[in-house]
Design a protein around this ligand. Structure first.
Ligand code: HEC
Length: 181
C-alpha cells in the first residue's frame, strides 16, 4: 500500500468521524431549539397577532357609523338603485332563486346562513345571530373585515347614507317588514 493510499484512507476515516460528530451536535442544537426557544417564540407571536386583530377591530368600530338614526329619513328608492351593486349575485324577490349569493328576501332579523340548500362558507355558517339593522350595515361596510373568511366578494359601501338607503329598501322586501329601530 503506498503512502498516498494510506493517507486517503486516514483522511476518509477522519472525515467520517467529523461528519458523525457534527450530525450528533446538530441534533442537540435542533432538539434544544424545539424544547425551549420554539415554544417561547410561538407564544410571543400569538400574543402580538391578537393585539393586532384587536386593534383592527377597534379601528373599524370607530369608523363604521351606525345607520339606525338615519333609517327614518332614508330613501328606499335610492336604496333600490344602490341594490344594482348586489343584483348580479343576489335576488331579493320572494321565492327568488339563489345566485352566486343566497336570496335576500326577508333579510332583516333573518338568522345568518339560514337559506336551506345554499352552500355557505364556514365563516358565515358558524357566525351565529341574526342580521339586525346594524350588523347588516356593518357587514356591508366591508364584508371581509366584518366576517373574516366570507366568500362574498364585495368591496363594500363606504357612505353611511348609502348603507341606510339600501338597508331600508331591503327591509321592505318582506311580507312583514321588521320594525324600525
Ligand atoms: C360578487 C357577488 C356578490 C355581491 C356583489 C354581493 N354579494 Fe352578498 N353574498 C355573496 C356570497 C357568495 C354570499 C355568501 C357568503 C358566505 O357564505 O360567506 C353572500 C352573502 C350575503 C349575505 C348573508 C346572507 C345570509 O343568508 O346569511 C347578505 C346579507 C348579503 N350577502 C348582502 C349583500 C348586499 C346587500 C349586497 C350589495 C351591497 C351584496 N351582498 C353584494 C355574493 C355577493
Amino acid at each position: 500500500m503506498s503512502a498516498l493510499e494510506v493517507n486517503k484512507i486516514l483522511a476518509s476515516i477522519i472525515i467520517a468521524i467529523l461528519v458523525v460528530v457534527i450530525i450528533s451536535h446538530l441534533g442537540d442544537i435542533l432538539i434544544d431549539v424545539d424544547n425551549d426557544n420554539l415554544t417561547e417564540t410561538a407564544y410571543k407571536i400569538e400574543i402580538e397577532e391578537n393585539q393586532e386583530i384587536l386593534g383592527a377591530t377597534l379601528n373599524n368600530d370607530i369608523n363604521i357609523e351606525p345607520i339606525s338614526s338615519l333609517l327614518l329619513s332614508a330613501s328606499s328608492a335610492k336604496g333600490q338603485k344602490i341594490y344594482k351593486k348586489c343584483g348580479s349575485c343576489h335576488n331579493y324577490e320572494k321565492n327568488g332563486m339563489d345566485k352566486v349569493g343566497p336570496s335576500l328576501w326577508n333579510i332583516i332579523n333573518r338568522p345568518k346562513a339560514d337559506i336551506a340548500g345554499y352552500n355557505y362558507s364556514k365563516a358565515l355558517a358558524e357566525f351565529g345571530g341574526v342580521w339586525n339593522y346594524e350588523e347588516l350595515a356593518a357587514f356591508l361596510y366591508k364584508p371581509k373585515d366584518f366576517m373574516e373568511g366570507t366568500k362574498m366578494n364585495f368591496a363594500g359601501l363606504k357612505k353611511v347614507q348609502d348603507r341606510a338607503d339600501l338597508v331600508l329598501f331591503l327591509r321592505e322586501q318582506s311580507d312583514n317588514p321588521a320594525e324600525l329601530p
